[in-house]
Ligand binder design. Sequence first.
Ligand code: E4P
Length: 217
Amino acid sequence: MKFFVDTADVKEIRELNELGLLDGVTTNPSLILKSGGSIADVTKEICSIVDGPVSAEVVATEYKEMMREADVLSKIADNVCIKVPLTLDGLRACKSITSSGRLVNVTLCFSANQALLAAKAGASFISPFIGRIDDMGVDGMELISEIRTIYDNYDFKTEILAASIRTVNHVKQAALIGADVATVPPSTLKALVKHPLTDKGLEAFLADWAKTGQKIG
Ligand code: E4P
């Protein structure tokens, strides 16, 4: 499973990238707002840090303007992945942009049929929003499962990018189902390493080691 980080915070991205944990980054207009920077500057800086795809989202809702924005965003760096919303215009833009050789992430997916359409439109990634579905009292993970089945039935190459992840359990469930990618907030990504028995075991080893009076090297 690939790990993308779901943030536009350059400091956090740099830190996680140094750990060797990042395969890519996803941003959205809300995350750009939170970063306080301009989409051009922030995206450029992120692309210089991370080698993998960096999703930058168009904000137009009509095909022609989406294509113009996609063109502007594409020029920022080679690893920019254009993010388009799951609308008819977004799907049309997806088809055109992928035909030109660019990666496209189709976002705001909340149903299996939407995911089917995105795959038909040649999307590189489909982003089902697990957490936002859970918020409605419905199991978001069920959607990941349905999309996996549909994509496998027809051998679609579109990668399932589990998005709107809120918990470490979301990551585990998405991995068990076979999502290709999880885009995870920095705090959740770091929380994956935590286990009380690891902390307890390390503490005991270090205490015994101190009693030996030895040094390595
Ligand atoms: C993914 O690309 C989206 O930016 C993100 O996962 C949305 O997450 P949220 O529902 O926590 O805003």
